[in-house]
Design a protein around this ligand. Structure first.
Ligand SMILES: Cc1ncc(COP(=O)(O)O)c(C=O)c1O
Length: 379
């Protein structure tokens, strides 16, 4: 087997994530401390935490965790949930379990790279489905229909989207679900930012609820702001598909960390309040970010994203976004992700954009450093 290509974004983070002074491109909401999370637990769960034995846990995930996850879906049960070590392992296992050399897959672009890279690695052919910047990053269902082939087995999308922050319009998502249902195609729906829509009325149904072959990917890392737990999952009523993924998980993490499973169970039970807090944080940060970009219209184009905690702003400077991001991180300690990290093998992606994040506390300090840099370099 040929080695996997470099995961450009993660390699860049290896270099900078814990070095840069101001992480202004984080894709997660502000993390809670262990103390804060345990304060949300009921007495029984706090006692379980104290008594927890550090043994292996079930590969599928412990029953209380799967029950707590299933409760976040309409009409699903614990048996419809397979827990993974983060969303990333879920992406890996899905693509490896469901795609083979005779299959065609369709993946939205731009994307979080592993969705595309792992589809390309496992399927015989992959087509990109463009999110159109000029149309609020919406996908075009006619383009999708034209991309279909008799052997199209899986369509992969991600709303709210990383890096654009787009949420598909309700009718577009319904059309996508219908098309998958008519053709018996898997709908792999990365829903890791679900809950962080600016307008809750635009929150989409979860794929596992509305399509028998819907695969909903979710995780504690993003909207819940608990990436350190490394707990993700796929929800699906296609239990045979889940079982095939479970067999692959035996070669990866085998099972998750028991402490993480219990902490994730506690967090899910308090999920509504955690997500409400993170939504409010994003809202307040977006006010600051919007004001910042409005100060520098000659440098940036910014449209507030529909959801999630990242957006894909445009840099207008003649030096180009790659050079601009390099100078910002090296000279001002402000970390952003330039367009090249979102390049796709499937379709061209704008080369003048960068990802900015707004889910964490303390963005004012990062914006101040960024502003100082722009003022100091103004000619
Ligand atoms: C859209 C999307 N899916 C999946 C992942 C992977 O999440 P995790 O870190 O929980 O494995 C990320 C992480 O940035 C992401 O942005």
């Amino acid at each position: 087997m040929t080695p996997l290509p470099e995961f450009r974004l993660e390699t860049y983070f290896t270099r900078w994530e814990f070095q840069a002074r101001h992480h202004m491109t984080a894709s997660d909401a502000q993390a809670l401390s262990l103390q804060q999370l345990l304060a949300l637990a009921d007495d029984a769960d706090r006692e379980r935490w104290q008594q927890l034995v550090l043994s292996y846990v079930e590969t599928w995930g412990s029953l209380p965790l799967r029950q707590a996850i299933a409760a976040t879906y309409e009409g699903l049960e614990a048996a419809d949930i397979l827990v993974f070590a983060g969303a990333e392992e879920g992406i890996y296992c899905t693509m490896a379990a469901l795609l083979g050399p005779d299959d065609h897959a369709i993946v939205s672009v731009p994307n979080y790279q592993s969705m595309e890279t792992l589809a390309l690695r496992n399927a015989g052919a992959v087509t990109g489905l463009a999110l159109h910047a000029q149309n609020r990053w919406q996908p075009d269902l006619d383009e999708l229909r034209r991309a279909l082939r008799p052997n199209t087995r899986l369509i992969a999308v991600n709303f709210p989207n990383n890096p654009t922050g787009a949420v598909a319009d309700t009718e577009t998502f319904a059309g996508l679900v219908q098309l998958c249902a008519e053709r018996d195609i898997y709908l792999f729906s990365d829903e890791v930012y679900r809950g962080l829509e600016r307008d809750p009325a635009r929150r989409l149904p979860q794929a596992a609820e509305c399509h028998a072959r819907g695969l909903s990917l979710n995780v504690m890392s993003k909207a819940y702001g608990l990436p350190g737990l490394r707990i993700g999952w796929i929800a699906s009523r296609d239990r045979a598909a889940l079982q095939r993924m479970e067999r692959i998980k035996h070669y990866l993490s085998i099972c998750n960390a028991g402490p993480s499973e219990l902490l994730a169970t506690i967090a899910l039970k308090a999920g509504a309040s955690i997500i409400a807090r993170n939504r409010e944080l994003c809202r307040a940060n977006l006010v600051q970010l919007g004001a910042f970009f409005a100060e520098f219209p000659e440098h940036y184009d910014w449209q507030e994203p529909d959801g999630g905690c990242v957006g894909f702003a445009r840099y207008r400077g003649a030096d180009g976004v790659e050079e601009h991001c390099r100078q910002l991180v090296e000279q001002a300690g402000v970390l952003l992700l330039p367009a090249s990290l979102f390049a796709s093998e499937l379709l061209p992606v704008a080369t003048d954009r960068f990802r900015v994040g707004f889910g964490r506390q303390g963005i004012a300090q990062g914006l101040a450093a960024w502003r100082d840099f722009l003022r100091a370099t103004a000619t």
